[in-house]
Each structure stands twice: as C-alpha cells, then as structure tokens.
Design a protein around this ligand. Structure first.
Ligand code: ADP
Ligand code: ZN
Ligand code: ZN
Length: 763
C-alpha cells in the first residue's frame, strides 16, 4: 500500500549484532535533529527487537523532568548504554500512529528541516501529547436486554412517562442517550435506574462524538462540466491507477463544492475515507451542514475553534475508522486515517494553508505528498489557482478539470475599473460607486463593500507637527479603533493597546487628525450616507465571540442588512443570494509591494470578492476603485480574466528566477540587538558560501542578509537571508549540512531564528 516501510530515514531495527544493546529511539521535543536513545524499562527482557513499540507513546526522563514522547524506532545502540536512561513508562499498549504516518511526519521533518519532535507537536492533539489515554469514551447510552423487551412491553399507560420511555426504547433502532431520554420525560433517570437494576437495560459508553441529525439535502443534478469532473475521478479510481492530482479550476459559483460532495460519495461507496481541507475561514457551519446534510452520516470536523476534547475525539474517530469523512483546516492534514481513499483541498491557493511558525509546513503540498504516499487521488480546487499549481499543470504533473460556467445558470459579474483620480471621495467611496450603490439598493438588492483593513483609521496624526501614533515595540502605526465606549489605539502586529492621547505628546497641539479609513469608519460613513438602509460589518473585530460569525452571516444571507462591509473574511466562500453590487476599495497597494507574491494575492482576492456578486438570477456588477486605471496588471485581470493574468505572471516569475520554477528558503532572524541578528545571518551565509565553494553546489544564490520589510516588531530587530536555487535537492542538501552547525553555534542562542522552506510571505 505505501512505500513507508522502505523510507530511508525512519530508524528501524537493523541486522542484529548480539553484542550491541537494543534501545528505543524517541522523538523528544527540543532542538534535536535526531531522536534520542532510551533504554527499555528494566522489567522488559529483550531478546529480539519488538516493532510493536514503534508509534507508542512513552514517558521519558528529560532535563530533571519527564516528557511524553513518541517511539519512532527500535535500534541497536553504539553508545555506552550505562549512560542511557530507561523510560519511565510505556503509555500505549499498542501503536497510536502507524509506520506510514510516522514516515510522512519524518518526511515533513526532513523537508522543512525541523526536528521530528517539533513535527509531532504539530501533528498530535494536545491531550495525546499530555499522555491521556487514546480511547475517548462518550456519555453513557442504553439498550434493551432480551428480558427488557418483554418487560417493557408490559408497562401500562397508567404511568404515562414510564410508558412513553418504554415505547421509545422498544422502537429505537440503536442505543438511546441522555439527550434522547430527556426529550421524552424529565424523570427518565429514575426509570432507567430501576430498569437497569432489573437487568432490563444495559448501559455502555457511547462514542465521544455526537451524532447531530441533519435534515437531508438533495443533491443537485450535476451539469455536464461537473459530471465530467466527477467521471474523470471515477474512471481513474476504477482503473486502480493509484495517485493522481487533479486541479479543479472552477469560477466562483461554478459548483465546486457540489463536485467535492459527489466525489466524496464515490469514495464512500468504495468504503474508503475522505480527507477534505478547507481554509480557516472557509469552514463555516453552513459548509459543515452542507456535507453532513448531503452525505447523511456523521462527519468529523477539526478547526481551531474546538476544544481539546473535541479535537481528540475527531482524531480518534477518524483514526479508528468510525467516521469516514474529515473536514478540517490546516492541521487536520496530520490526522491518521484507517483507510484513506481520497484527498480534497478547497481554495488551494489560500494562504492559511501555510503554517507561519514552528514547523512551517504547507498543508497543500503535504496533502499532495500524502496522497502520493498512500497512492490515492487528490483534488485541488480553486477559482484562482496558485501559480504553483498552474505550473504543475503545465508540467503535466497535475491534470486540469474545468468548470467554466456558473451552476444553476447564474452569470459571472461584470468587472469594471473606476478611475478615482481627482474624484471627490467621501470616506473611501467615490461618486460613481455611490451612485451605483443607490441604484442597486433602490432595486431591492444588497451591496457589498470590500475594504481589507479593520479598525476605524490606520493613522492618527498631529496637524501641528506631523507626529504619528506609533507602536512602541514595532515599526508600525497604531490603528485607531472605536471600542464600545471610547476610541483606543491598537497595534495590529503585537496587539499592544493604548488610550488615545488628548493632545500631541510631541508639541502639545490639540489638533489630532485621523488619516485613511478602516471598516469601522466606512460603516459609520455608509450609515450616514444611506440612512434608510441597514449596514452590517463583518471583520475580525465584529466576529470575535463564538457564534458571532454564524449570526452575522445569517443576517447577511437573509437580507436583514442591505449594505455589507467586510474584510477578506467576507470575501471568501459565502453565498449571499441578494448581493448584486460589489465595491472594492483601496487595493492599489498590492500593485506596489516589495513582496513578489503581492500581485498574485491581489488578483485572487479581487476575483474572490467579485465572486460574491450576482450568484443567483440577477447579473452582478463589480466596481474596482483605483488610482491606476491603466496599470497593465489590473487591465489584464479585468479585461482578460485570471487565466491571462496568471499566464503572464508565470512568465515573469520564470524570467526573474522565482518560484515556482525556482526554490527558495528564507532564514529569518530576530534579536533585541540588531547587530546579533546581522552577525548570525552573515556567519550562516559565510558557512554556506564555503560549503558551496567546496564543490557541494554551484547553483545557490543569496539575497541578503537584509532587514525585513518591518524592521522592528515586538521590540526585536528582524533580518532575513533568502537562499534560492533551481535545484531543490541541492538546496535541501545544503541546508541539511548546515543545520547541525547552526544548532551548535553559540550565536544561535542569542537570537531567534527560523527556516522557512518555500516561504509564502515576507514580513
Ligand atoms: P463554488 O464552490 O464553486 O463557489 P458552490 O458549490 O457553492 O460553488 O455552488 C454555487 C451555488 O450553485 C450553490 O448555491 C449551489 O447549491 C448551486 N449549485 C451547484 N451545482 C448546481 C447544479 N448542478 N444545479 C443547480 N445548482 C447548483
Ligand atoms: Zn504635534
Ligand atoms: Zn506593535
């Protein structure tokens, strides 16, 4: 099934040499590139290496404390075993992670140049890292014994509550739990205690997950393009052809989700499990309902809003095969499956798939890797695929499936650039956009305004002397926020909060002005400009509390507000039937960023937001305000669409020797003393140059060390060194050689450093 057994770097028992003792290889959390050796407990007599230890958790002594860690191998030690400490105890009686899963985690460790112990930190749910038993039982539930069936049938109607409960048990197809019993009578506990004492009902622990009954959702009749996509997968599976990667490129509203559902159904019919990754903000309750409603079976969900027990439960239900579908965000990629048959990733271009600290993995790339290892198909879906995936199609590594029309007959919206140079702008909205808003609102439709900046205003400035409110710890302005009672200043980079000064701290002037606008100010301005309509703002601040996001999107969907204002939270995935006009404000900065990916992100965001318009009967309209109406990138995007834009972008990347044709690794370093960070990176570079000259690589180029786009953040100075090469293997080999030196370097202890393989952002 997999090639895991032959994975070279997983330490497995080698040929026995009677003179060498057997030890456990344990992946301890810490800056160790190799697993540590521990002796077997004294009461374990080992004649033969026991593979059954691999994948079990153990508690080990580590630096005056103990730690829960995972056994990743059993091997013979060449060291003096008197120095090897025995483990404290074995936690699991059998492995909780398969050798195949371990091989994938080891691959992550190698590829992202991170210690295996750190990868396991990211991969295992917190409760398991804390040593909790892997089996997680749910609440009690009850079934009838054979005597119970006879006895309960005799219960008379004269005790109505008891009779009702008895009838429920007699008619139930499966065990009944607390919730179901409670729904029948408040006195259920009393009766059940009696029946249990008589041996009429049997109690047992149910599964940890709750089976939420969901009203069935009929499937749509797939249109011809949707069917073609599903058939392509079906044929591949029937041919038992193992791994394949499909890029499902479907315009917004083309019914990609419906295709995922049909594909999932295919895998389920084959009794296989399905892993579906969605972006953090794409995993809405509506999405979960859509899956469980269509599939009519419990699905497991994993996202950051769940508590530790819920995560553990989902993990275990999927691992044991009790649940066949897992819908999750980035970290769900690590969940072990009993019988994985299909991998799907929605909005594959989304940046939330890249982990930005610790082990900086890309869940998308890892999913493809995982599908390859397990020899199963993977589907990457997007309206605006990443240049990486388009390049993979060009290179014939991925197969392209297209959905070029909107499902259900809706039209794609018309996209237009609005030249706002010299136009009168009121809090970000120009005259033409305002007129268009008036028309759409009067026609009884909804309008969505996109502004990717939360807060009230990004700058607070003194009119007297030019002073600006700056974060004391970052090289950044503080954003003015409205707050429930009074305004306050907030740094969006380190969350530092401050009161708004009454007078300028520099010159004492009372004239403090705000510059620019965030969503809060836009909301206020629109409420004044359109007093007859309701305005609704959806951003990180208005959805901070649990359940708020669901409530606000419900209000937006049901048309309780006519003007919707939002950041990128509102831009993705949502289906607002009555939105016919989308206004896009202030995207120009994407055209002039120092990050070469900024234009790609800008194009994706524009089309995602635009995709919210006209998703049903009425044709939508999208107005894009800009000061650069003749900018070639914008013009191409608007007139020729994403394809043309992306094709041109790929050519530019090729010319500039950038990803996806070239491979990069970014070494970031930060320190309270800027000199320390610079010295560290210069030393690292010198070491790499020396290695390269020694003949290791002739194809390695450096950019830097340079200061990061934001030089100071949370009090630390930040520098970076970019390495790139047209040869991925060479780049990696180079880094691997260097890594032990970095770990041992005394300089490394004075700074914070990290390696980012395939970096997605510079900040
Ligand atoms: P996407 O994920 O591509 O943006 P969705 O799957 O959310 O698109 O579909 C957009 C809308 O079209 C949804 O309301 C969905 O129910 C509807 N839809 C999808 N496929 C069909 C179909 N074959 N016939 C009719 N309506 C469809
Ligand atoms: Zn001043
Ligand atoms: Zn700050």
């Amino acid at each position: 099934m997999t090639n895991a057994e032959s994975h070279p770097s997983l330490p497995m028992p080698s040929v026995a040499d009677a003179s060498l003792p057997w030890v456990l290889k344990v992946a301890v959390k810490g800056p160790f590139l190799e697993p540590l050796d521990y002796a077997f407990p004294e009461d374990v007599e080992l004649k033969q290496p026991d593979k059954a230890w691999v994948g079990c958790r153990v508690e080990v002594p580590f630096r005056q404390k103990t730690q829960v860690a995972l056994v990743v191998g059993v091997a013979q030690s060449e060291y003096d075993t008197h120095k090897i400490k025995p483990i404290v105890r074995k936690i699991d009686s059998e492995p909780i992670v398969s050798v195949a899963d371990l091989a994938l985690w080891q691959w992550v460790s190698d590829y992202y140049q991170s210690p295996l112990g750190e990868v396991i930190q990211a991969a295992l749910p917190k409760r398991l890292r804390a040593g909790e038993p892997v089996l997680l039982e749910g609440e009690l539930q009850w079934t009838l014994s054979s005597e119970g069936k006879l006895a309960l049938a005799q219960i008379s109607r004269k005790t109505p509550a008891q009779h009702a409960l008895a009838q429920a048990f007699l008619q139930a197809a499966s065990a009944l739990g607390r919730m179901e019993c409670q729904a029948i009578t408040g006195s259920w506990r009393k009766w059940l205690t009696q029946w249990q004492a008589s041996g009429w009902v049997l109690a047992e622990a149910g599964p940890c997950w709750q089976q939420v009954p969901c009203s069935p959702r009929p499937a749509h009749r797939l249109n011809s393009q949707q069917s073609a996509a599903v058939n392509a997968l079906d044929e591949h599976v029937k041919a038992e052809a193992g791994f394949v990667a499909f890029l499902l490129q479907g315009i917004t509203g083309s019914g990609k989700t419906e295709v995922y559902l049909a594909m999932t159904e295919l895998a389920l019919q084959q009794h296989k499990q399905v892993l579906i990754l969605v972006p953090e903000i794409g995993l809405t309750p509506q999405m979960i309902d859509r899956f469980s409603g269509y599939l009519q079976r419990p699905i497991a969900v994993l996202h950051s809003g769940m508590n530790d027990r819920e995560r553990h439960c989902a993990w275990q239900a999927v691992r044991s095969g009790q649940i066949s579908v897992l819908l999750g965000t980035r970290s769900a990629i690590f969940t072990p499956f009993a019988n994985l048959g299909l991998c799907i990733i929605d909005e594959e271009h989304d940046t939330s798939y890249k982990q930005q600290d610790g082990v900086r993995y890309s869940a998308r790339d890892l999913l493809v890797r995982r599908a390859k290892q397990w020899q199963v198909p993977v589907i990457l879906g997007s309206a605006t695929p990443s240049l990486e995936s388009l390049w993979n199609v060009q290179q014939q590594r991925y197969r392209l499936l297209r959905l070029a029309v909107r499902a259900g007959g809706a039209q794609l919206p018309k996209l237009r650039l609005i030249d706002i140079r010299g136009e009168k702008i009121q809090q970000g909205v120009g005259v033409k956009l305002k007129q268009a808003m008036q028309q759409h609102l009067q026609a009884g439709n909804q309008v969505l305004l996109f502004l990717n900046r939360r807060g009230f205003a990004p700058v607070l400035m003194c009119h007297g002397c030019g002073w600006q409110a700056q974060c004391p710890s970052c090289e950044a302005n503080m954003t003015l926020h409205q707050g429930p009672k009074h305004h306050y200043l907030l740094c969006h980079h380190c969350a530092e909060q401050m009161a708004v000064p009454k007078i300028c701290p520099q010159c004492g002037s009372h004239e403090l002005h705000t510059l620019g606008q965030g969503t809060e100010r836009l909301e206020e301005a629109m409420q004044q400009a359109f007093p007859a309509y309701q305005v609704l703002r959806i951003d990180r601040d208005s959805t901070r509390l649990k359940g708020q996001m669901a409530e606000l999107t419900r209000q937006a969907q049901e048309g309780e507000a006519q003007i919707l204002i939002g950041t990128q939270m509102l831009a993705k995935g949502h289906h607002f039937p009555k939105v016919t006009l989308v206004g896009i404000l202030e995207i120009d900065q994407g055209l002039f960023s120092c990050d070469y990916r900024a234009t790609e992100r800008m194009a994706q965001l524009i089309l995602q937001v635009a995709g919210r318009a006209g998703r049903e009967a009425e044709q939508g309209e999208v107005l894009l305000q800009t000061h650069h109406p003749h900018h070639p990138l914008l013009v191409r995007l608007v007139e020729q669409g994403y394809e043309a834009f992306a094709q041109e972008a790929v050519i530019e990347r090729q010319k500039a020797q950038l990803p996806p044709m070239h491979y990069q690794c970014l070494v970031r370093c930060e320190a309270y003393d800027a000199e320390d960070a610079k010295v560290f990176l210069h030393a690292l570079k010198a070491g790499l140059v020396q290695q390269a000259q020694a003949g290791m690589a002739n194809d390695l180029s450096f950019w830097g060390p340079v200061s990061a786009p934001m030089l100071r953040r949370q009090g630390r100075y930040r520098y970076q060194l970019m390495l790139s090469s047209s040869n991925r293997a060479q780049l990696h080999k180079h880094l691997q050689q260097m890594l032990p030196h970095i770990y041992q370097s005394p300089l490394a202890r004075k700074v914070r450093w990290s390696l980012d393989v395939d970096p997605q952002e510079m900040f």
